[in-house]
Design a protein around this ligand. Structure first.
Ligand SMILES: [Fe+2]
Ligand SMILES: [Fe+2]
Length: 275
């Protein structure tokens, strides 16, 4: 069995597979995803948005790889929440279809960080006008979106983009999913708390401690986020990043976070801790 197959079997939510069975209507999503992957403007933004954080500020990756992880995690989270019967209010309160929920999640996840091309600081706000231009261009190209749907989908995507950072509270479940997914990109040094490469501060040390993040169906809640770490420093990362983003996301009661210490020595400070 290849490594890829092993990953799929122990964590199906790692990569979104358009051909898999999903707990939601996925035809619109699949069409939108294919368009996005082949859109030169969007793909260029995903590279260009890395210049300010990485080249100029010396931070870790916020580009194409980050976006791929966040979008896959967001769709995996959304699928588990749908399986668990969680109600989504964003699309429905706009009179949109259930099929638009995942489109909103995927588009917001894809372009949430493009404001980095303006500045790293306050980038969620700078993402808004840039994303609005992209959405105005692409949404009318789909047969299923007329003027009204375009305006409403655009509004919901912009809401989710704005609320991906902690200063603004998500008012929709779709936006909550994007915000939490943004924090799930934390395996093996890929912390979302920007830290200086090569630094030895707690941000760096705690970020290096996290080995693997798995999303599973929970027993008592729809989603269990299991985080494997080499030492207890990883807890700092979870508290300051994941738990900060989960707070006021609207999904606090639907997601459980469990930390597991995978290093087998006498210094274990964490075995398996509910966070
Ligand atoms: Fe961001
Ligand atoms: Fe992000």
């Amino acid at each position: 069995m290849s490594e890829h197959e092993t990953e799929q079997s122990d964590d199906e939510s790692r990569t979104y597979d358009p051909d898999a069975d999903h707990a939601f209507p996925d035809e619109r999503l699949n069409e939108v995803l294919e368009f996005v992957q082949n859109d030169p403007e969007i793909q260029t933004y995903l590279d260009a948005q890395n210049v300010n954080p990485v080249v100029r500020k010396g931070y870790n990756d916020h580009g194409r790889k980050h976006i791929s992880i966040v979008r896959n995690r967001a769709l995996g989270l959304y699928d588990l929440l749908k399986k668990g019967g969680v109600e989504f209010n964003g699309a429905s309160e706009q009179g949109l279809d259930e099929a638009d929920e995942s489109v909103i999640v995927a588009l917001a996840a894809t372009i949430h960080d493009i404001g980095h091309v303006v500045h790293r600081d306050e980038h969620a706000y700078w993402s808004i006008p840039l994303a609005a231009d992209i959405l105005d261009r692409i949404l009318p190209q789909f047969d299923f979106y007329g003027t009204e749907e375009t305006v409403r989908v655009k509004g919901e995507v912009l809401h989710a983009i704005l609320c991906h950072h902690t200063e603004e509270d998500p008012l929709t479940t779709e936006a909550g999913v994007v915000r939490v997914a943004d924090a799930l990109d934390m395996e093996k040094g890929r912390s979302r708390m920007p830290y200086e490469k090569g630094g030895r501060g707690i941000d760096t040390v705690s970020s290096q401690a996290i080995q693997r993040v798995s999303l599973r169906q929970g027993d008592t809640v729809p989603v269990l986020v299991e985080i494997e770490m080499l030492n207890a420093a990883g807890v700092y990362q979870i508290d300051n990043l994941l738990k900060a983003k989960l707070r006021d996301s609207g999904l606090e009661d639907d997601i459980r976070i469990v930390a597991v210490n995978i290093r087998d020595d006498d210094n274990n400070l964490v075995e398996r801790v509910e966070l």
